[in-house]
Design a protein around this ligand. Structure first.
Ligand SMILES: [Zn+2]
Length: 332
């Protein structure tokens, strides 16, 4: 038995004239179909008048749209918590804003400023890894945390998050019409990435620089093999036979290639979003300064040049110039 009731409401209190058509379906369990009809463009520069979605110019309270957005987020968050949580109502109140990424901003910055988990931003915007965020890119900001699964799953991440949830209850169907192209999503209000999904998403950007290796030294404070003093080890050491191929961990540009008395023959590659990677003690450098490399490009050979006790790759991953522990961030 299905009874269909159509509710149409005009968002007259909004700075835009979007209309949400809500289709409520009652039957076994909660099955709520929710359609958002938006007309928006992912390329506002090409078709500036083609969108009804409010544009947030700055992620600061001085921006009117941002204030409105944060108000929406607060209301929806209240509907998601507590014993009387009403996730369907939060989904019903979902509004979507646009934001154009600025220089120096990454996914974590956008998530922190918008107070929306990066899983919601990633799944709605169909990002396969954090590194795809670029200045000038238009990002959709949802006013409700949750996971969005497009009906036409394409990326490996979407297959993983889709497989776990598509048959689950509580998914709300919504359609976003983008300049003539409609994407249908199943929305799970309040949901977040599982640990597996999170790890897949975070690691999708970087691959291991070696095919086969043995980790001989980890990131962190250790007794320096030469001085014996406690010292910070800024990377990881991957032991492998002399001459083993070393690959770029992601797309980027070679910004240093030379010799250093400590690092020996070394390469630094700059990647998107202020990430960079360093490869030290190389036997040979197989790339040149300013070369554009792809993820997996051969860039050098494992050696023992500089201050080294045996053939290994000293590998560092940096963000904003600061090294951090790369373990858990690299996929095979
Ligand atoms: Zn090292």
């Amino acid at each position: 038995m299905h009874r269909l009731r159509r509710v149409r409401r005009h968002l007259s209190d909004r700075s835009y004239s979007s209309r949400i058509s809500l289709l409520l379906r009652t039957g076994k369990g909660i099955a709520l179909a929710f359609f958002l009809f938006f007309c928006l463009s992912f390329c506002p520069a090409q078709q500036p008048g083609d969108t009804d979605l409010p544009l947030i110019r700055q992620l600061y309270p001085t921006d009117t749209s941002f204030r409105q957005f944060t108000g929406d987020v607060e209301r929806n968050r209240r509907l998601l918590v507590g014993a009387r949580a009403q996730p369907e109502r939060a989904a019903e109140n979902l509004t979507i804003y646009r934001y154009i990424v600025r220089e120096g901003e990454d996914l974590y910055h956008l998530a922190a400023r918008s107070t929306i988990p990066y899983s919601a931003l990633a799944s709605l915007n169909r990002l396969n890894s954090p590194s795809v965020i670029q200045p000038g890119m238009t990002i959709l900001l949802p006013s409700c945390p949750g996971i969005f699964i497009p009906s036409n799953v394409e990326t490996d991440l979407e297959k993983i998050i889709g497989a776990a949830r598509v048959s689950a209850e509580g998914g709300i169907e919504l359609r976003i019409n983008t300049a003539g192209r409609t994407t249908t999503y199943l929305f799970f209000p309040g949901a977040d990435f599982t640990p597996t999904e999170r790890s897949f998403f975070l690691n999708a950007g970087f691959r291991f620089p070696l095919r086969n290796y043995r980790i001989t030294s980890r990131f962190g404070v250790r007794a320096d093999p030469f001085s014996g003093h406690q010292q910070m080890h800024q990377g990881i050491d991957l032991a492998a036979p002399e001459g083993t191929e070393v690959f770029a961990i992601a797309d980027g540009i070679v910004t240093a290639a030379g010799f250093d008395s400590v690092l020996g023959n070394f390469i630094i590659i700059s990647h998107n979003n202020n990430y960079s990677s360093l490869y030290g003690h190389l036997q040979r450098i197989e790339t040149v300064l300013r070369a554009e490399v792809r993820s997996g490009t051969l860039i050098g050979r494992v050696g023992s040049t500089g201050q080294s006790t045996g053939p290994h790759l000293h590998f560092e991953l940096r963000h904003g110039g600061r090294a951090f522990d790369p373990s858990g961030r690299l996929r095979h």
